[in-house]
Design a protein around this ligand. Structure first.
Ligand code: RIB
Ligand code: CA
Length: 311
């Protein structure tokens, strides 16, 4: 029986590769996709999700658009990382299949309500849709089989020294999400920066054939960090969150209490992580078997590449 997931995302270079992983692993079943404003504006994250659905071939999976803006803060996007449209220099055919008529929040609630305890909720963008869903229907805390995010950090951020992008953009939503009473699996920067794309991995991506050359490698190498000369490759942050769902055995995790700073002049969006608190609300993957991660991910992507085009 495949592991079902709903992916709430802001595609986005790494979100796109997380969608490819969710579609490519035969032990995963992507049951719904919801979009949020984040890396680029909602109109672009949504168009990107629709285009990826047809380009990669998960035609039956509903895609619903969600929140354009954070709960309180003004929106901040990251075109300087993901490109003006959000998929770097990858140009995909215009979508022909329609967007769901449901709002993302309603698709999240209805998907989880229809089969309590069987669908895993994975979020790889700002947590606005998740917070709105919790406010509308608090029972999703019990209905979600598990809840995994890419976000946060227990060392340093990537937008400010304190805050990682997904939490920084909507700290108020993150505060609601971490206080909801469920266990948040927090796949943060400390984990995701262990699995960066180096030259050898890029070669293995290109060896996937047309899909590797046309999509995977361009998405995975579009951004080079101009501020970090030790930087030796792009981190595929969101791919790690989906990989955790499929292969938790590749990760070493630790319980923690995570609180979200929403007021700090210099620390807004910080995930304050205490691994010694007696009241944990999160499970924090701290180490990944990097070779095993890449073998798994590239193998799952190869499943799609072998069926490509319109895999
Ligand atoms: O900080 C990395 C996260 O922010 C990733 O989810 C990336 O897609 C951006 O949304
Ligand atoms: Ca993302």
């Amino acid at each position: 029986m495949a592991t079902k997931l709903l992916l709430d995302c802001d595609p986005g270079l790494d979100d796109a590769l997380a969608l490819l992983l969710a579609h490519g692993d035969p032990d995963l079943e992507l049951v719904a996709v919801t979009t949020v404003g984040g890396n680029v504006a909602l109109a672009n994250t949504t168009r990107n999700a629709l285009q990826l659905r047809e380009y990669l071939g998960f035609f039956e999976v509903p895609v619903a658009a969600g929140a354009a803006d954070p709960l309180v803060k003004l929106p901040e996007t990251a075109e300087h990382v993901h490109g003006a449209e959000g998929l770097g220099n990858v140009l995909l055919p215009a979508p022909t299949l329609p967007l769901s008529e449901l709002h993302a929040v309603d698709l999240i609630i209805s998907t989880l309500a229809a089969a309590p305890g069987t669908v895993h909720l994975v979020a790889t963008g700002p947590l606005t849709n998740i917070a709105l869903a919790l406010q509308k229907e608090p029972r999703i805390v019990e209905w979600a089989a598990s809840f995994i995010i890419m976000g946060g950090s227990y060392t340093r951020g990537n937008v400010t020294p304190a805050a990682e992008f997904n939490i920084y953009v909507d700290p108020d939503a993150a505060a609601i999400v971490f206080a909801a009473g469920w266990e948040v699996v927090m796949v943060g920067l400390d984990l995701t920066l262990q699995a960066v794309v180096n030259n050898e991995i890029e070669k293995r991506m290109r060896a996937l054939g047309t899909l590797g050359v046309d999509l995977v490698a361009p998405l995975a190498t579009f951004w080079t960090n101009p501020h970090d000369n030790e930087w030796d490759g792009q981190a595929l942050h969101d791919v790690c969150a989906v990989a955790y769902l499929a292969r938790p055995d590749l990760f070493t995790s630790q319980s923690a209490r995570v609180e979200i700073e929403t007021k700090g002049e210099f620390t807004s969006g910080m995930t304050v992580v205490d691994f010694h608190d007696e009241m944990p609300n999160a499970l924090v993957p701290r180490k990944v078997d990097v070779d095993g991660f890449w073998d798994y991910v590239l193998g799952a992507w190869a499943n799609v590449a072998s069926r490509y085009p319109h895999a």
